[in-house]
Write a protein that binds this ligand. Structure first.
Ligand code: ZN
Length: 232
């Protein structure tokens, strides 16, 4: 086990991160310049690209995970509607959470290469961003951003950013807001393996640990490696 690799995968090693202008968000050094170029391009098209979330460490991902298992945070179905988790067995609960939340240790946000974005310009006063599919519907606040982002990715004007959750591949639900810096993320992607993920899970205080271990191959194949690839 290479500790350095595991540290980078789980976000424990912050040595590759840089602070974005404005202060609150960390991003991988190698993704910073491209992200700022994307923000500049967006501005030319009338979009004020803001960040909901960029780098997140393991403990934050773990806190969200455990809160969902305990029923302290809503677990949503594919349309973004809250599920009654009392009706689910442990395995069903596990896969319901995975639709919207990465297993701690496998989140691409640990790497600093992946960012959840929104448009500051079209956010109504007092509006709380939910990051759900309906927000880019015709009537939603981020309709314009959703179309613009996909267009830039498709015509390869997105400064190496791509959308790993662009369409529904049966694992993670499509996330219009989630972008990833392809060349930088790929390096980490290649280091991820079932063995490393099992090791991370084993060492953690994660709820549903045994159910996760029993289903680790399906989790990795369906939710970790199952993304829209940068090279497509
Ligand atoms: Zn995200």
């Amino acid at each position: 086990m290479n500790f350095n690799i595991q540290g980078l995968i789980t976000g424990a090693d912050r040595s590759q991160l840089a602070q974005l202008p404005g202060g609150n968000f960390l991003i991988h050094q190698k993704a910073q310049e491209d992200f700022l170029s994307l923000v500049e391009l967006a501005a030319k098209d009338g979009i004020d690209l803001g960040i909901v979330s960029s780098y997140r460490d393991f403990s934050r991902q773990l806190a969200t995970w455990n809160a969902k298992v305990r029923g302290e945070k809503a677990v949503l179905d594919s349309e973004g509607v809250e599920l009654n988790i009392k009706n689910l067995n442990e395995e069903e609960l596990l896969f319901a959470i995975l639709r919207w939340n990465a297993l701690p240790g496998t989140s691409r946000h640990h790497w600093g290469t992946d960012i959840d974005v929104f448009d500051i310009n079209t956010t109504p006063e007092g509006y709380e961003i939910q990051l759900i599919p309906s927000e880019i519907s015709q009537a939603g606040p981020y309709h314009k951003l959703g179309i613009w982002l996909q267009e830039m990715v498709t015509v390869k004007k997105s400064f190496n950013f791509f959308r790993p959750y662009q369409e529904d591949l049966g694992g993670v639900a499509p996330e219009w807001w989630h972008i990833s810096h392809g060349p930088t993320a790929q390096v980490l992607e290649h280091e991820l393996s079932i063995d490393i993920i099992l090791n991370i899970v084993d060492q953690s205080e994660i709820l549903l640990k045994e159910t996760i271990k029993d289903n680790i191959e399906e989790i990795c194949a369906g939710y970790v490696f199952n993304i829209h690839s940068f090279n497509n």
